[in-house]
Design a protein around this ligand. Structure first.
Ligand SMILES: Cc1ncc(C[n+]2csc(CCOP(=O)(O)OP(=O)(O)O)c2C)c(N)n1
Ligand SMILES: [Mg+2]
Length: 387
C-alpha cells in the first residue's frame, strides 16, 4: 500500500509556510504592494484539495489564497513578484495578494463574490460536455454572504459540478464563529439537498482521503458538494490584527501537523528547510533592479558621448561639403536628425572620404541600438514596490 501522506506533502506545506513568513517580513520592510492574508496553519487543506485535481479542473480562491495558489500552480516566482508589485508577477503586479490568476486558478478578495462565478464556470463546463469540475474555497465568515445561498440553490437545482470547500478557521477577521453563525454549518448546504463532507487539518490521513472522495463524488455524479474543513490560522487575520487569546493560539501551534513533523523528524525537517530557496525570486528582482539602475545611469553618459561624436562627424561632413561648395541644403545638418544615409554615403564616396561615412554610420547605429536596449529595458523593468 502506498503511504497516503508523503514527505512531499510536508515539504509543500513548509514551502507555503515559509513563503508566508517571508511575505510578512517583506511587508514590514515596506516591500509589498497592498495587503496580505497568510494561510499558515491551513496549508494541508490547500495541498489535499489541489493534488487530486486534473489539468482541466479549475479553482477559485479568496483573500487568503497564497497557499491555494502555490499548491496548485507551484509558481513561487510569479507569486512573489506579484505581491511585490512587479510586472513579472502572475498578474503583472497589479492584482497583488488577493487577485491571482494563472491558467485555471482565479482568486478574488470580494467575500462570496467568487462562489456564483465558480458555479457559472462549472455549469458552462458541464454544458460543453467538458470533463472538468470546479472547486471554490470560502471561509466560515463568508457563510454570512447571501449570494452563497443563491448559489447553493442554483447548484442543486441545475446539478452543477462544483465542490465548495469551506475552511472553518473559527474566525471572520476578529469575530468568533459563535458570535456570528447560528445552527450547524453542514445543515445549510444539506437544506438545499447538497452532499456534504467533513474533515479537519489535524487528521491528515482522513483529510487527504476525504478530499479525494469529495472531488470524485463531484466528478462522477456531476453534482455539487460541500466540504467543511475545520482548521485554524496561526497568524493574524492580515498583518497585525489579532485579538485572539494567545493561549488559544498556543494550543493550535502545539497540535499543528507541520510543527509535529518537525519535532518528530528534526533532521528531515532541516534538510527540507535547506532545500527551500525562498527569497531567490526576491533577490533576483532586486538584482535586476540594480542592473537596470546602473544601465540607466550609464546610458545617459553613453548617449551623450555618441551625440558628441556624431556632432564632430557631422561638422566634418558639412565642412567638407561647404568647402566643395556643392551641397547647400546641408548647411544646417543636425546631429539628431537622421540623414538619408545612402545619399551621405554616395556623396562621401565620390569625394573619397569613406572613413567619414563609416564614422557617421557607426554613431547613428550605436545610438539606435542603445535606444532600442533602453526601450526594451523600460518595458520589462520590475515595478518598484508601491508602498
Ligand atoms: C464583501 C466583503 N465584505 C467584507 C470584506 C472584508 N473582509 C475580508 S476577509 C473578511 C473575513 C473573512 O472571514 P472568513 O470568510 O472566515 O475567511 P478567513 O479570513 O477566516 O480566512 C472580511 C470581513 C470583503 N473582503 N468582502
Ligand atoms: Mg474564517
Amino acid at each position: 500500500m502506498t503511504k497516503l501522506i508523503t514527505d512531499n506533502y510536508y515539504a509543500d506545506a513548509l514551502l507555503i509556510r515559509r513563503t508566508e513568513d517571508n511575505f510578512l517580513d517583506l511587508f514590514n520592510q515596506g516591500k509589498m504592494n497592498g495587503t496580505i492574508h497568510t494561510s499558515s496553519g491551513q496549508e494541508f487543506s490547500a495541498i489535499a484539495f489541489t493534488s487530486p485535481l486534473k489539468d482541466e479542473d479549475f479553482i477559485f480562491s479568496n483573500h487568503r489564497c497564497h497557499g491555494h495558489y502555490l499548491a496548485h500552480t507551484r509558481d513561487l516566482n510569479g507569486l512573489v513578484a506579484e505581491l511585490m508589485g512587479k510586472e513579472s508577477g502572475t498578474c503583472g503586479g497589479v492584482g497583488s495578494s488577493q487577485h491571482l490568476y494563472k491558467k485555471n486558478f482565479y482568486s478574488n478578495g470580494v467575500q462570496g463574490g467568487i462562489v456564483p462565478v465558480a458555479a457559472g464556470m462549472s455549469l458552462a463546463a458541464k454544458k460543453n460536455n467538458s470533463k472538468s469540475i470546479g472547486l471554490v474555497f470560502i471561509g466560515d465568515g463568508t457563510l454570512g454572504e447571501g449570494v452563497v445561498y443563491e448559489t447553493f440553490n442554483l447548484c442543486s437545482l441545475m446539478k452543477i459540478p462544483l465542490l465548495i470547500v469551506c475552511e472553518n478557521n473559527q474566525y471572520a477577521q476578529s469575530t468568533k464563529i459563535k458570535d456570528n453563525l447560528s445552527g450547524k454549518i453542514l445543515d445549510r448546504p444539506k437544506a438545499f439537498g447538497i452532499e456534504t463532507f467533513h474533515s479537519n487539518t489535524w487528521d491528515l490521513k482522513k483529510l487527504f482521503s476525504n478530499a479525494k472522495e469529495s472531488i470524485n463524488f463531484v466528478r462522477n455524479s456531476n453534482l455539487p458538494a460541500f466540504h467543511l474543513i475545520d482548521t485554524y490560522r496561526l497568524n493574524h487575520h492580515s498583518k497585525s490584527d489579532d485579538n485572539r487569546d494567545p493561549e488559544e493560539v498556543k494550543e493550535y501551534v502545539k497540535k499543528d501537523p507541520l510543527n509535529l513533523f518537525k519535532a518528530k523528524n528534526p533532521k528531515k525537517f532541516n534538510s527540507m528547510l535547506k532545500e527551500l530557496k525562498l527569497l531567490k525570486p526576491y533577490h533576483e528582482h532586486e538584482k535586476s533592479c540594480k542592473e537596470l539602475e546602473d544601465f540607466e545611469n550609464q546610458k545617459d553618459l553613453k548617449l551623450q558621448s555618441l551625440r558628441d561624436k556624431k556632432k564632430v562627424t557631422c561638422n566634418a561632413i558639412i565642412d567638407l561639403f561647404n568647402r566643395q561648395a556643392n551641397i547647400h541644403n546641408w548647411d544646417n545638418i543636425d546631429e539628431d536628425e537622421d540623414l538619408d544615409i545612402e545619399e551621405v554615403q554616395r556623396k562621401l564616396m565620390k569625394v573619397g572620404r569613406a572613413e567619414l561615412f563609416n564614422e557617421y554610420k557607426k554613431t547613428t547605429e550605436d545610438g539606435k541600438l542603445l535606444q532600442e536596449i533602453d526601450n526594451q529595458a523600460s518595458s520589462s523593468k520590475p515595478r518598484p514596490a508601491l508602498i
